[in-house]
Design a protein around this ligand. Structure first.
Ligand code: ADP
Ligand code: MG
Length: 264
């Protein structure tokens, strides 16, 4: 296993060193070492079960890791604890995550069904940032505008398409002004014709300089939007490199070749 990440900057936003995570005897992540630089889009690809979600969850306090280190702008983050996890710790971690400024978007949108699009974003801003309702609503409107949903502010989730719901979820995360955004297969639950609008919203965020780690099966997005692509296999980081090296004529590693064949 090698970390072949080309150095694209001196002080990474996120640095992961020798991160390992076991589920019982099963090694889900094996000594992952990876930097994510400011304003970078890093796409994380790999076969199902290779550990992509587990890695994001370790970065985001959702899963304790066994050894190694995760730093955000040099500050130790994440959750390294053995044993059972009391419910209280999970709540505390949710708070820490928000304070650290990491936003996350999942495959499932997890919107509050009884609130409008605007309500979903506003409520989150009030709860997490402690803003007044008026101030939160103002920021929420701007966030919805950014993802192209300015005219859907008063729709409830049931009256939005999957793509629109996911864009509300993105607006909700981005409205918090995170330092880092994590996406775990944000378009995998969508009908094919709705994938494009969500990827466009993400692409726009990237263009505005948001630092993003994106787990995706959208190879077009990885090839064209990512600054670097990381390939994970069996809990190991096989390579981190420029997209052209992965998607070019001859990806060097046979594991990558095999993986890509399922998308061609
Ligand atoms: P990916 O997102 O790349 O598909 P995951 O990170 O979800 O992979 O899972 C990596 C491996 O870890 C899989 O073999 C999965 O079955 C296992 N795994 C994930 N979460 C748990 C868990 N909570 N308990 C036991 N095994 C798990
Ligand atoms: Mg996954």
């Amino acid at each position: 296993m090698t970390d072949t990440a080309p150095d694209t900057g001196p002080d990474p936003l996120l640095s992961v060193r020798d991160l390992s995570k076991n589920f019982g005897d099963f090694e889900a992540l094996r000594k992952i070492t990876l930097d994510v630089h400011h304003n970078e889009v890093l796409c994380l690809i790999g076969p199902s079960g290779s550990g992509k979600s587990t890695l994001l969850r370790c970065l985001n306090f959702l899963e304790p890791y066994d050894s190694g280190e995760v730093r955000l702008e040099g500050e130790l983050i994440g959750w390294r604890e053995g044993g059972a996890v009391p419910r209280r710790a999970l709540a505390a971690n949710a708070l820490r995550r928000q304070r650290q400024g990491i936003g996350m978007v999942f495959q499932q949108f997890n919107l509050w069904p009884h609130m409008t699009a605007l309500g979903n974003v506003t409520e989150a801003l009030m709860q997490v940032k402690g803003l007044s309702r008026a101030k939160a609503a103002e920021k929420a409107r701007a966030a919805l505008q950014k993802v192209g949903l300015g005219d859907k502010a008063y729709n409830f989730p049931a009256n939005l398409s999957g793509g629109q719901q996911q864009r509300v979820a993105i607006a909700r995360a981005v409205a918090m002004e995170p330092r880092l955004m994590l996406f775990d297969e944000p378009t995998s639950a969508l009908d094919p014709e709705l994938v494009g609008e969500v990827l466009s919203a993400m692409k726009e965020m990237a263009a505005e300089g948001m630092t993003m780690v994106v787990v995706t099966h959208e190879m077009g997005f990885a090839a064209h939007v990512a600054d670097r692509v990381a390939f994970l296999d069996g809990g190991r980081l096989v390579t981190v490199t420029r997209p052209a090296e992965i998607f070019g004529e001859t990806p060097k590693d046979p594991r990558i070749q095999r993986f890509l064949q399922t998308y061609r």
